[in-house]
Write a protein that binds this ligand. Structure first.
Ligand code: PMV
Length: 319
């Protein structure tokens, strides 16, 4: 039996603008993860069991564009494995779906890792990341690549998508640097409970941009500057500065129309209950927000967020 896992992730700064070549910061969230177990099947069919999404099926009966089937088919094809060996694949995940915590990317990465190891072709992280990016593109339109990157390497990253590369090369020349955390800091992650497909908010931002490129390029520039300031603050341990940067980033995301009344309400509730700053995280419209908090106030702020309507909170230390 081969087992692999991958963590969830959260974007700290720079979502949406990252699609347009501006820098973004993201960190793994190790409290939640996707796990994959692969064994040889006892009959001649590949069996897939994903109890969290009530999926128990054979590979053959899944449509080939199903996210799980597409990983398996594409991986076997690129490893030159034919015919497919019959396998039993168990996929479990504690990462909430469609909420900005990277559940799709984590399942993809864990699946690639477990299958390639089981088939005696273990892939280095760089190749896993590249492969996962191809899968993200199949399902999410024009992803920046930040999700697969932070989930694959499982460390804080400073990420810039390289726009000048051809679509084939894209994802290979991105700038990925490890973000060094000068002084650990604490975040409360709070889920609105509203699942919102990133593809839609990314598509809406694209339509805004296409209608008035100079205007939105300026907004993307401002978001990129915030991400750069945040990187400097994180690396030099001046984490208190991150709160105001989060507030500024959230206001710009509101202008991009990717916040929502529920996100705004919870962001306000976090600030009122003592967070140093807060913002939505990821695609927006629903999903999660993050609040920068003092460690000893984290439990209190998490409780306040639950009282204000959050469906779940995670307290995480970024170190
Ligand atoms: O919703 P998430 O956590 O998958 O994040 C999406 C981040 C965007 O910048 C909106 C899109 C992207 O591909 O980077």
């Amino acid at each position: 039996m081969t087992h692999a896992s991958a963590p969830g992730k959260i974007i700290l700064f720079g979502e949406h603008a990252v699609v347009y070549g501006r820098p973004a910061l993201a960190v793994p969230v190790t409290q939640v993860h996707a796990n994959v177990e692969v064994t040889a099947s006892r009959n001649n069919q590949t069996l897939i069991h994903a109890p969290d999404i009530s999926l128990l099926t054979t590979l053959d009966s899944l449509p080939s564009d199903h996210p799980i089937a597409s990983v398996i088919h594409n991986l076997f094809f690129s490893l030159g494995i034919s015919p497919f060996p019959p396998l039993e694949i168990i996929i479990t995940s504690t990462i909430p779906v469609a909420s900005g915590l990277g559940s799709g990317a984590a399942v993809t990465v864990a699946l690639i890792r477990a299958l390639s190891s089981f088939l005696s072709h273990p892939l280095p992280d760089e190749q896993i990341n590249q492969f996962a990016y191809e899968i993200e593109k199949l399902h999410h339109g024009t992803p920046s690549g930040i999700d697969n990157t932070v989930v694959t390497y499982a460390r804080p990253v400073y990420f810039i998508r390289r726009l000048l590369l051809s679509p084939r090369e894209r994802g290979m020349g991105d700038e990925v640097e490890t973000l060094r955390v000068g002084t650990p800091f604490t975040l409360v992650i709070a889920d609105t409970g509203i699942s919102a497909p990133t593809k839609e908010s990314v598509g809406d931002v694209r339509r805004l941009w296409e209608a008035d490129k100079p205007k939105w390029e300026k907004v993307f520039d401002e978001i990129g500057e915030i991400a750069n300031e945040a990187r400097a603050a994180i690396e030099s341990g001046k984490t208190i500065e991150l709160g105001a940067l989060m507030d500024r980033n959230h206001a710009l995301l509101q202008r991009l129309t990717v916040s929502s009344p529920e996100l705004d309400r919870l962001v306000e509730a976090a600030r009122r209950s003592g967070a140093n700053g807060a913002k939505l995280s990821g695609g927006g419209r629903g999903g999660n927000l993050i609040a920068l908090v003092e460690k000893d106030r984290a439990a209190h702020i998490a409780e306040s967020l639950m009282s204000a309507g959050a469906k779940r909170t995670i307290i995480t230390e970024i170190a």
